[in-house]
Design a protein around this ligand. Structure first.
Ligand code: DUT
Ligand code: MG
Length: 151
């Protein structure tokens, strides 16, 4: 894959906090860090938009990036994403932002440089539509939403 252009918007990235990197050989995500000025308190039920200190330009419509929660933060502390999943378009050039939602019942504090979410690159296909009056028959047909039962 061609390297992705990245702009460093906060000078702490690359000095105090590392540029997002794959933690292990098999990692799918790159952890994004909170570029906050000081401790940021998120109360139960609150959502805060947090800067990551970088911008990326993917530049290829066959690729996108998603921002996903970190499982430990989500499961143990209720810190997930206000938009559930963030989708980064290949032509987006603005700052990468993370919407942090505290869906838990305790206050959570984010410190500068904390790893708050992860960025995952994915292939994308842009579809064309072909307008029809009826579809070729399939075994499933219009059945969905539990139509095939539980077991
Ligand atoms: O968690 C996120 C989600 C999105 N974005 C940026 C990248 C994305 O390309 C852009 C627009 O996101 P989206 O299309 O999901 O939001 P929208 O509400 O439809 O905004 P727009 O009208 O700008 O498309 O915002 C982020 O930085 N973080
Ligand atoms: Mg949009």
């Amino acid at each position: 894959m061609k390297p992705i252009d990245v702009k460093i918007l906060d000078s702490r990235i690359g000095s105090d906090f590392p540029l997002p990197a794959y933690a292990t050989e098999g990692s799918a995500g790159l952890d994004l860090r909170a570029c906050v000025d000081g401790p940021l308190v998120i109360g139960p039920g609150e959502t805060k938009l947090i800067e990551t200190g970088i911008a990326i330009h993917i530049g290829d419509p066959g690729l996108a990036a998603t921002i996903l929660p970190r499982s430990g933060l989500g499961h143990k502390h209720g810190i997930v994403l206000g938009n559930l999943v963030g989708l980064i378009d290949s032509d987006y050039q603005g700052p990468l932002m993370v919407s942090c939602w505290n869906r838990g019942s305790d206050v959570f504090t984010i410190e500068p440089g904390d790893r708050i979410a992860q960025l995952v690159f994915l292939p994308v296909v842009q579809a064309e539509f072909n307008v029809v009056n009826s579809f070729d028959e399939t075994e499933r047909g219009e059945g969905g939403f539990g139509h095939s039962g539980k077991q």
